[in-house]
Structures are given as structure tokens and as C-alpha cells.
Design a protein around this ligand. Structure first.
Ligand SMILES: [Zn+2]
Length: 96
């Protein structure tokens, strides 16, 4: 499934609910979901990690949808030609 297809699917599943909740509440859920992903990674349970990655993407798509951003287009514009800072693939920026 392409990212744009996933965004349309998330819109169909949660669009009304996300609109009622609003951008701040939905963004808060995204932040909580990233925390759950971090805990799953620490627990080293591969099944949990996959679920939390999918949930994190779903919330990111919900936030994108509420902001009127096509995430596939934004990602392609930002990373389609390599690192946004050095324009290289792989990145040649100094590691911090
Ligand atoms: Zn770079």
C-alpha cells in the first residue's frame, strides 16, 4: 500500500473522529503512540514493535490529514533527492 493510499484509508476509518478531536488532541495521541513504540522497542517484542510502528504511522497520517498535508507528496519533496541538508544518498553530513 502506498502512503497516499494509507492516508485515504485512515481518513475513511478515523476522519470524522479526528476532526471532532481536533489537531491538538490528535497530535497528543501521536506523541503518546511514539512513546508506546519506544517502550515496545525496549521490550524487544517484535510483534509489539510492528503493531506500534503501524499505529504510529496511522496517527501521523491522521495529523497529516487534519493539516491538509499529503504525506507522500511532502516526504517525496523533502527526501526524494536524498538528505535534505546535503542532498546526498547516503547522507554525508557529519554525525552528531
Ligand atoms: Zn546529509
Amino acid at each position: 500500500m502506498r502512503v497516499s493510499e494509507a492516508q485515504k484509508l485512515i481518513r475513511k476509518i478515523y476522519g470524522e473522529r479526528d476532526s471532532r478531536r481536533g489537531i491538538l488532541g490528535t497530535s497528543l495521541h501521536l506523541g503518546e503512540e511514539i512513546g508506546e513504540l519506544f517502550r515496545a522497542i525496549r521490550s524487544k517484542n517484535p510483534g509489539d514493535v510492528e503493531d506500534e510502528l503501524a499505529d504510529s504511522l496511522a496517527w501521523l497520517l491522521s495529523v497529516s490529514e487534519l493539516l491538509g498535508v499529503d504525506l507522500e507528496e511532502a516526504f517525496t519533496r523533502r527526501y526524494g533527492k536524498g538528505c535534505p541538508k546535503c542532498s546526498s544518498i547516503p547522507c554525508k553530513c557529519p554525525e552528531v
